[in-house]
Unconditional design. Structure first.
Length: 319
C-alpha cells in the first residue's frame, strides 16, 4: 500500500506539490494524469525517497519513504521516462548486475532473467550489447529490470509515452500479469488513452493538487456526462432542433458542420429517453453518441473555474 498524507513540496518558494493526499491499495493500478510540469515527476521522486518533503508523509506499507531501509528499497521497482543505457554491456549482463544489487540468490538469477526475457519477447537480445537495441526493446528492458527482483510495488514515470501500439500492448500485458499477483502499480502519464484501458483507478493532477480521483468506471462516467451529445441527422435538421428545444434537460445546442452538439444534463437513462423520443418523432439519425472525455477537457474546465473565481475575487476587492 502507498499513502501520501498532506504532502507539500516547493522549490525556491514556488509551490510544486500542495497538500497532496492519496492511498493506493494492494493490487490497484493507479494512473496519475496531468499536463507537463504539473508535479507528477516530483511526486514520483518523493515516493522514491530522492527528494525530501517540505511537510507531510509518504508511507510504503509500514515504512516511510526516504528512510533508507534496505527492505523498503527491495519492495519498490522503478521505471523512468528515459531508460538508463550501459552501451557496452550485454542485456543478460545488465540484468545480472541489477539482480546482484538487490542481493538476489545466485541460483535464482539465471532462471528469473530468462523467464522475464521470454515473457517480454527479448530473449533473442540476451547476448546483444545494449547499444544495439531499438527504442522499443530498450523500453521493455527497462520494465524487465524494474520487476526483476519481484518488488511488491512498481512505480512508472511517464514511461508509456510515445511507444508504438504493439510495444504498448506487450508492456500492458506484462503489467496486468504483474498486478494479477497481488502487486500494485503507481504510474504517471499525460494522456488518458495511454492508461484508461488497464488502470483500475485514475487521478488528475493540476498545479500540484489532486482535482479528481476514483475508479476508472467512475471517472469515465463523469467525463462522459459532462461532454456534449453528438447527433448527425439524415436530411434537414430543423425538426430535430425544434424537438431538442422542448427537452428540459437540454442546456445548449450548437451546429458544427453536419453535427449537432447538445449539452445535456440528464442521466444515462434520460439520455436513452432522449434518443427514444427523437426516433419516435420520425426523425432519422445517422449517429447519436457522447463525445469522449479527455484529460485536456478536465484541466481546461478546472482552469476556467479558477479564472472565474479570480475574477470574482478581484471584483469583490474593488467594491
Amino acid at each position: 500500500m502507498i499513502q501520501f498524507q498532506n504532502v507539500k513540496k516547493s522549490y525556491g518558494g514556488i509551490k510544486v506539490i500542495e497538500d497532496f493526499s492519496l492511498e493506493v491499495s494492494d493490487d490497484q493500478i493507479f494512473g496519475l494524469l496531468g499536463l507537463p510540469d504539473t508535479g507528477k515527476s516530483t511526486l514520483v521522486n518523493l515516493l522514491m525517497g530522492l527528494y525530501p518533503l517540505d511537510s507531510g508523509h509518504i508511507f510504503i506499507d509500514d515504512m516511510e519513504a526516504g528512510s533508507g531501509l534496505r527492505r523498503l528499497k527491495r519492495r519498490l521497482g522503478y521505471v523512468p521516462n528515459i531508460p538508463g543505457v550501459y552501451p557496452q554491456m550485454r542485456v543478460g549482463e545488465y540484468l545480472a548486475f541489477f539482480a546482484s544489487c538487490y542481493s538476489m540468490e545466485e541460483s535464482r538469477i539465471r532462471g528469473r532473467i530468462r523467464l522475464l526475457l521470454e515473457m517480454s519477447g527479448l530473449l533473442a537480445w540476451e547476448d546483444s550489447a545494449m547499444e544495439l537495441l531499438p527504442k522499443a526493446a530498450l523500453q521493455k528492458l527497462s520494465f524487465v529490470r524494474a520487476i526483476l527482483h519481484d518488488p511488491k510495488i512498481l512505480i512508472i514515470d511517464e514511461a508509456l509515452a510515445g511507444l508504438d501500439p504493439r510495444t504498448l500492448e506487450e508492456i500492458k500485458t506484462m503489467l496486468l500479469d504483474y498486478q494479477s499477483q497481488g502487486k500494485s502499480i503507481f504510474m504517471t502519464g499525460s494522456s488518458l488513452g495511454e492508461v484508461s484501458d488497464f488502470c483500475t483507478h485514475l487521478g488528475f493532477l493540476h498545479q500540484g493538487k489532486m482535482i479528481r480521483s476514483g475508479s476508472v468506471s467512475q471517472i469515465t462516467r463523469e467525463l462522459s456526462m459532462q461532454n456534449p451529445i453528438i447527433i448527425q441527422v439524415q436530411g434537414k435538421s430543423t425538426g430535430l432542433m425544434q424537438a431538442l428545444k422542448n427537452e428540459p434537460k437540454v442546456k445548449s445546442i450548437s451546429l458544427r458542420e453536419n453535427e449537432i452538439r447538445v449539452g445535456f444534463s440528464g442521466s444515462r437513462e434520460e439520455e436513452a429517453g432522449l434518443l427514444q423520443n427523437i426516433v419516435e418523432s420520425g426523425i432519422k439519425l445517422y449517429s447519436f453518441y457522447r463525445e469522449q472525455g479527455s484529460i485536456e477537457g478536465v484541466l481546461f474546465q478546472k482552469s476556467q473555474e479558477e479564472r472565474s473565481l479570480l475574477s470574482y475575487e478581484r471584483e469583490s476587492d474593488m467594491e
